[in-house]
Design a protein around this ligand. Structure first.
Ligand SMILES: Cc1ncc(COP(=O)(O)O)c(C=O)c1O
Length: 274
């Protein structure tokens, strides 16, 4: 909805190669909006390098799509964008006459990690999307924030996309509860992720770069694909489900207790020390 509201048919948006808006939404911007994506490799710290972006911005020439929007993601793969980057992105976007959107599905993890307010981050953006149903723990829901003009447009797109709901109050109530009660506790999830990462990194056959774990997402790899399959099958018998292939993504959230983390570590240790 955000992309569709910012861009017209034949416009282009720039996003990270692994960005959710580009990679994980079934090509929706292109399919539904005739918006051309211009993906750029992420840097290791989840930023997009402005020099790389600059080389991809199209000149005003009828041969090219109109580069219209820069879309960033915070957090991305659990990594928090450096705080100063937001202002730099704003300056860059203004210089190149681009709108600036933040996929802030997990932006509250950045807020808690950096000890800043939401507005400290979001004031630099023209629009921000925030997910209520991940770390914040609401059963469902995301919100799109932006100017009245943009949101009026987005409401129309929401209707077109089949997302209009009449009885949304009960879901909104859960979202409001999450915003009132579940932000500070994200620290617990970050703490649990760290315990998980440190525990797993010490197990035979597991690679886990604990330096990469900043918030609530832990990536691990096994030495072989077979080892991952074996571990997954064993954990399943213990009531622990893990997705992925040889590289696995583990995410802590409101429903994952410290006890569950310890249990998971114990079962992983049992299996891997066999
Ligand atoms: C980084 C990121 N952005 C956006 C989304 C999309 O959220 P929603 O489906 O609530 O719009 C997700 C959800 O999986 C996500 O992980």
């Amino acid at each position: 909805m955000a992309l569709l509201s910012h861009c017209q048919r034949g416009d282009e948006y720039i996003a990270g190669q692994e960005a959710h808006t580009y990679k994980y939404e079934a090509g929706g911007a292109a399919v539904l909006g005739s918006i051309q994506p211009q993906p750029i490799e992420f840097e290791k710290n989840a930023t997009l390098d402005f020099r790389k972006i600059e080389t991809k911005i199209k000149p005003d020439d009828f041969h090219f799509a109109r580069t219209r929007l820069l879309c960033l993601e915070n957090t991305h793969g659990g990594k928090v964008l450096p705080f100063s980057y937001h202002q730099e992105a704003r300056t860059f976007a203004d210089k190149h006459n681009l709108a600036l959107h933040l996929d802030g599905a997990r932006v509250f993890h950045a807020v808690v990690k950096q000890g800043v307010t939401l507005a400290d981050i979001t004031r630099h953006y023209d629009s921000v999307s925030i997910c209520l149903s991940k770390g914040l723990g609401a059963p469902v829901g995301s919100v799109l924030c932006g100017s009245k003009v943009l949101i009026d447009d987005a409401r129309r797109w929401r209707k077109i996309l089949g997302g209009g709901m009449r009885q949304a109050g009960v879901l909104a109530a859960a979202g409001l509860y999450a915003l009132d009660n579940n932000i500070e506790r994200l620290q617990d999830d970050h703490h649990h992720a760290r315990i998980l990462a440190e525990g797993l990194s010490g197990l035979p056959g597991i690679t886990c770069d604990t330096n990469e774990v900043q918030t609530n997402i832990v990536y691990i790899s096994t030495q072989t694909p077979e080892m991952a399959d074996g571990l997954r099958a064993y954990l399943k018998t213990q009531g622990i489900m893990i997705g992925g292939g040889q590289r696995m993504r583990l995410v802590t959230h409101i429903d994952i207790s410290l006890n569950a983390i310890e249990k998971t570590l114990g079962h992983c240790a049992n299996y891997l020390s066999q």
